[in-house]
Design a protein. Structure first.
Lengths: 312, 642
């Protein structure tokens, strides 16, 4: 079975200008949303208390609100979590109750009328921890990008290195933008997903770059644009295959993995699409824009040359 | 290794030398062997252990086993661990049914803790891996499950370092004043606190220089000194040096960790984790515990230390028969029972430090104790009037009392427990500094110092993060995690088979072996499997296929270009190699950074991702080539099923 015809010859670069405009639009949109609307940070980042409780019958959310008001809990968010019988209550820092006690007091209030309430999950995160996490998360992202840039610069050439990092930054910004626009909760697992996407998108980009490098050395005729286009076509079926298999697994996680890794899977699914797109339409065009050409890639390592010559 | 190298040219195309097959078989055999413990599951078990230094004696063990026999419960195995001279510290007994486990716990508790008031042993329900003995003997053990998969409570405690430093600063002030007044003639000056130290100002340069010399002589090992001028007056800036600051922090953390460990032990948790995290935090994980209020109450309970006098006038023999004088209490000491007055001479709040050290003259191990100035003046009054009496040091701790009902451990109350930890003789009057000597071994002085410190709240802790995962949620998580792995895995296998036919099958074999290898490596490393970890495995499965996809697409390209099948295989593998390596190394970089910077769930994800990258390189390249070589190697191939 094959998805693509034997020899695809799509002129990817013809759409380059359109793609760049699209990417720019998405990036501007993401940044605007991030600064105006912000992210729906999870407990890990905001600090506060989260308690997940299970009822025997369907939970009565307005009543829970009343019960919470009764003990002067402010700013509580009450929502069903996975099922009508399970409720998640999120509360910011409370002034009048000691942080470590909030969860127990809430549970007492909910049980006051004799309802069967089981505690499924309870978390409390201090404000310092949340701040630290934001800092560390940002730092992790930055360090990862720098290390990857250095590696690619060493293995390929600085123009490729810039191309790959621009593509990665593009992916991260758009996914953060996605979380901002959709207001899906941004928690620690989403942060992990973002870092995983860096790995995944990079994987894609490297495969394409590898082929471009090979073709620059092998194909004597043609402009840089032609060679990049040929390389994109040659790797296209692999790019699609890997995206499909990864997506299959992610869909399994999304539908069967349970609430806890729901947003993790969601971030990665979006990431696979964006990452695949960016390795075709962002990484290579940026390298071309910087004027990458055959001479840049005449490496001192010529061990492969002998092999290449016997294909006429 | 994967390209036809000149020295291998005598071998026909697409054949591996024998040693490569041997290597693959050995690695895979080991992988299956060490992944195996994960399929045996766990047995319900009862864990018996003594609180503090209490040992379980042989006769107690025999009594317990007899009690079990009477109740008709038969353990699969009874394994004592850490055998000491007087008995064993811990016993794990495994049972076949959970009902037996509950009965056994109740029976064991009746033998070990006959009265509710006097509980010196903890009985905990546990799940012991049912790994066969021979497998356990060669180091086989299943992966540990994280709290999110088994339920329990997670606390992150912050140690208040400012408090610890402030205490040391007070100490420094007194030490400086002592040094200056000890000089002949004594030096006068003013002392004021500055960050991490003290600023001393003097009337004239001569005083300042003498003071500098004296301070340097006494405190050079922990203080950085500098002679300066401020507002026309000579001043000395004395601050704690880096090593000392580090030592203060380490001590504060270590002390709290030890205190928490003792308390957690009394909770009767099967496999608690109490671990330092970063500069000033401690992680406490209590698997299986659901009652967070109770856990907090016990973790937060403070111990206190009291210095009291020994009552030599009271009748010890009468006291042993129940006639204790009203102003005293009877304690057990290593020299037999003694009576101690109830009045507190100096409370442990005044203790600033207690360290195990050596007498500079005799070189014997001693404990050196420091009190703050208020404690020091109280102590000098007490000791001046009571030379040759004994100073009793008593540690008061509130201990929970549990009862076992229907196999469940229920908190029925708490009891303030007083323990005599030492009662040295007062050889002469002393104040804020004194030494406890005796025929101690070094280990004994360390233990004594530790006990004294545990009664002084050197650095308080507070909870900065708390997570309770209900047992049902844990089960749900594990069930869903496993389901999604199976479904995702099956989808990928089906798709690969459809798309690449026989070669797809090869990739599937490689993928399955990869999963076994990941489980094997994680089990051997003793890594903890968490839900994000499962996600990491799932993601690795998706990405591990990539290596094979790259290879197979190359082979297809070669075939399309008209290359003969055998050569196409060879070239496909050779040319995809550098791409695969580059792609995996960059992902590995991301995984390493995640591990280095992340905590908790992020770390779990990073570990599995990293292991997955390594193992997938092995299976997707080396093993899959081996299988392909077996199918197509050493003969003329007309057509490939790809």
């Amino acid at each position: 079975m094959q998805i693509l015809n034997k020899d695809t010859n799509i002129d990817f670069l013809k759409l380059r200008k359109f793609a760049m405009a699209l990417s720019l639009l998405l990036i501007i949109g993401s940044i605007t949303s991030f600064f105006t609307k912000g992210l729906n940070y999870g407990l890990d980042f905001t600090g506060g208390t989260l308690i997940e409780v299970g009822y025997e019958q369907d939970a009565d959310i307005p009543k829970i609100h009343e019960q919470l008001d009764g003990i002067q809990i402010k700013g509580a968010v009450v929502q069903n979590f996975g099922s009508a019988k399970v409720v998640q209550i999120r509360m910011p820092q409370q002034d009048h109750i000691e942080n470590a006690k909030v969860g127990d007091e809430v549970l007492q209030a909910l049980r006051a009328d004799g309802a069967e309430v089981t505690k499924r999950d309870q978390s409390f995160v201090g404000p310092v921890i949340g701040e630290e996490l934001k800092e560390k998360g940002g730092l992790a992202m930055l360090v990862a990008l720098i290390c990857i840039m250095i590696y690619v610069a060493l293995r390929f050439e600085w123009k490729f290195s810039v191309g790959s990092v621009v593509a990665l930054a593009h992916d991260v910004i758009i996914i953060v933008g996605f979380f901002s626009v959709t207001a899906v909760e941004f928690d620690l697992t989403v942060l992990a997903a973002l870092l995983a996407i860096i790995g995944y998108s990079l994987n894609d980009t490297i495969v394409v770059f590898d082929r471009i490098r090979e073709n620059f050395l092998r194909i004597r005729k043609g402009t840089s644009d032609d060679i990049v286009n040929t390389s994109l076509n040659q790797t296209l079926s692999r790019t699609l295959m890997t995206s499909i298999t990864t997506l299959l697994v992610l869909l399994a996680l999304f539908f069967y993995g349970g609430q806890t890794i729901h947003s993790f899977a969601e971030a990665l699914i979006v990431g696979v699409f964006i990452g695949t797109y960016s390795s075709i339409y962002v990484a290579s065009p940026v390298a071309l824009l910087l004027g990458v050409k055959k001479e840049d890639l005449m490496p001192p390592e010529i061990e492969k040359e002998g092999e290449e010559f016997d294909t006429p | 290794m994967f390209v036809n190298q000149p020295n291998q040219q005598q071998l026909p195309i697409n054949t591996y030398p024998k040693w490569k097959y041997v290597l693959i078989i050995i690695v895979l055999a080991l992988a299956f062997l060490y992944a195996a413990p994960n399929i045996f599951g766990e047995d319900p078990a009862v864990q018996l252990s003594g609180l503090r230094d209490t040992k379980i004696t042989q006769s107690q063990l025999e009594q317990i086993e007899q009690a079990w026999e009477e109740k008709g419960v038969e353990p699969i195995s009874v394994k004592p661990s850490s055998i000491g001279e007087e008995g064993v510290q811990k016993v794990i007994a495994r049972f076949s049914k959970p009902a037996d486990q509950l009965k056994a716990r109740e029976a064991a508790s009746d033998v070990l803790n006959p009265t509710l008031e006097n509980q010196n042993y903890v009985t905990a329900l546990n799940l012991a891996p049912a790994t066969p003995q021979w497998l356990a003997d060669i180091g086989g053990a299943p992966m540990k499950l994280g709290l999110d998969l088994r339920g329990g409570i997670h606390f992150l405690m912050q140690v208040d370092m400012e408090q610890a430093l402030k205490r040391q600063q007070d100490q420094l002030r007194r030490d400086f004043i002592d040094t200056l007044t000890d000089q002949e003639p004594s030096i006068r000056g003013r002392v004021e606190p500055i960050e991490n130290g003290m600023l001393l100002s003097f009337r004239n340069q001569e005083d300042a220089e003498r003071a500098y010399k004296a301070l340097y002589q006494d405190h050079a090992n922990r203080i950085e000194l500098s002679l300066e001028e401020k507002g026309g007056r000579p001043v000395i800036r004395g601050t704690l040096n880096k090593q000392k600051l580090q030592e203060i922090r380490d001590n504060a953390i270590e002390q709290n960790r030890l205190i928490l460990s003792t308390r957690v032990n009394s909770l009767g948790v099967a496999e608690p984790l109490i671990q330092r995290q970063g500069a000033d935090r401690i992680v406490v994980q209590l698997p299986g515990v659901q009652d967070s209020a109770l856990a907090k109450q016990i973790l937060g309970a403070t111990a206190s230390l009291e210095f009291r006098l020994v009552n030599h006038e009271g009748d010890v023999v009468a006291a042993r028969n129940g006639r204790v004088p009203s102003d005293s209490k009877l304690f057990d000491s290593e020299y037999g029972p003694i009576l101690v007055y109830n009045d507190v001479e100096v409370s442990g709040d005044h203790l600033t430090n207690a360290t195990a050290t050596f007498d500079p003259q005799t070189n014997e191990p001693i404990v050196s104790v420091r009190l703050d100035s208020e404690g020091g003046s109280k102590m000098s009054r007490t000791t001046a009037e009571n030379v040759n009496n004994q100073l009793a040091m008593i540690l008061k701790e509130s201990r929970p009392i549990f009862d076992i009902k229907d196999g469940k451990r229920v908190l029925v109350g708490s009891k303030l427990e007083e323990r005599l930890i030492s009662a040295p003789n007062i050889n002469g009057p002393f104040g804020s500094r004194f030494q406890i000597t005796g025929r101690f071994t070094q280990a004994e002085t360390q233990d004594l110092a530790r006990k004294l410190r545990s009664g002084a709240l050197i650095a308080p802790t507070f909870i900065v993060e708390e997570r309770t995962i209900g047992a049902t949620l844990g089960e749900e998580n594990i069930e869903k995690g496993v389901t999604s792995v199976i479904i995702g895995f099956a989808l990928v296998l089906a798709f690969m088979l459809l798309y690449y036919k026989l070669f797809g099958l090869v990739a599937n074999v490689a993928l399955s072996l990869n999963l076994v290898l990941i489980v094997c490596v994680m089990s051997l490393m003793g890594a903890t499997l968490t839900l994000p970890g499962i996600a990491g495995i799932v993601l690795t499965v998706g990405m591990a296929v990539d290596a094979n996809v790259l290879i197979f697409e190359r082979i297809r390209e070669e075939l399309r270009a008209g290359t003969r099948p055998a050569q196409a295989i060879d070239k496909g593998y050779a040319q995809a190699l550098s791409t695969i390596a580059d792609a995996n190394i960059t992902t590995a970089i991301a995984a390493i950074i995640l591990f280095a910077i992340g905590t908790g769930p992020v770390k779990g994800f990073a570990i599995t991702l990293f292991i997955g990258i390594l193992t997938s390189m092995f299976t997707a390249i080396f093993v899959s080539r081996g299988v392909v070589n077996l199918m197509y190697g050493g003969r003329t191939v007309k057509k490939l099923s790809i």
